[in-house]
Design a binder for this molecule. Sequence first.
Ligand code: EPZ
Length: 429
Amino acid sequence: MDRIRITGGEPLNGTIPVSGAKNAALPLMIASLLTEETLELHNVPRLADVALLLRILGNHGVDHAIAGKRPGQTAETGQSIRLKAGSIIDTVAPYELVSRMRASFWVVGPLVARMGEARVSLPGGCAIGTRPVDLLLMVLERFGATVDIDAGYVLVRAPRGLKGAEISFPKVTVGGTHTALMASVLAEGTTVIDNAACEPEVADLAQCLIKMGARITGAGTSQIVVEGVARLGGTEHTVLPDRIETGTYAMAVAMTGGDVLLEGAQPHLLQSALDVLTQAGVEIAVSNAGIRVKRNGAGISPVDVTTEPFPGFPTDLQAQLMALMSRAKGTTRIRETIFENRFMHVQELARLGARIRLDGDVAYVDGVERLKGAPVMATDLRASVSLVIAALAAEGDTMVNRVYHLDRGFEALESKLARCGARIERISG
Ligand code: EPZ
């Protein structure tokens, strides 16, 4: 298994190109199941999760072609993928595949919408919490499907097609909103989705569906209205920039000090995180080229942050913020409200010398003068990258184990950091 060795203490200076968003690319790829025509996606990040989803979609009968590198492209520029679900050959998503990536459960919506049935393995819990799918199944039942659970699989049937419905989510769910969108676009009649997730990745999916012929208004707000259509066609769509990757590198620069342009980053996608960094004493400047992050000399001020659905501070940046605040001048309070068990990085950050106390869903981080390198590992990708951020500022060497978590969500992590001066290398085997 690969590991990453980081020798801390170098400031970051230069330019980091921002990749396409993993959490937008995955549902966009799944949307290819909704049409027999070709969906061409650009700026798709080269990630293990994307490769795995291509396998899963292939199982359902989706052909894909990845466009070769164009002149001037580096490994850090996203790829273009053409997806064509000419016919769906299998409506079963097996445990072996779904258990490896929760988002693959989202095939359930389009499969039922197009084929009238799906048999999809329940995804099970994961390192950040139980993560149930009850609200996704509630959506399908509201659309008139029957839902049965048998031997770890969900069997969803709607032989006479789905019917539009009024859906009001009791809590904001990204996957629930993706499912409601992808099921309703081919349902008969009108669907109203209340308390919808406002995440930019939901709006990106809706934009693509609209180009495919769907009739959707309000995506990106808490009420989405969909008028069902009989069929969707192919289109081309460019995946939006990854706000979590942007925030992660912004925190890395805040941690080490230095001056980095996050090229292609869009500030409105992560304003809450940029506001927190500004409060912490980091300089943020926005231009047409992207976001420039700078910290010279001054230390990091502590903050008080609660994770919330968009536009609030994202849970997917909570671990990275905690790493940054481990060296703040005072005590930071971080409350996690989205997932109940997303503090697995605390023990590993402690191995590097961080002082963090947990009290229910709140973490208190007492900033320390210096961190010291150590062997560490993490159980999910955002936790793993928080260890990378801490290691970049720690004295000596840190060995980050279980690198496959990073490969799931961060395109070309080592080369992006190395080109800005980080001493980071992958050790294979
Ligand atoms: C998406 O997960 C993201 N994944 C997550 O990113 C992200 O942390 C999360 O949204 C919140 O922003 C992808 O986009 C692939 P939810 P999702 O449904 O859709 C509860 C990463 O690191 N809930 O919005 O699965 C749930 O337990 C990943 O890239 C139910 O109770 O999250 C949680 O408490 C990790 N019942 C809350 O809702 C349900 O049926 C929000 O979860 C569904 C969800």
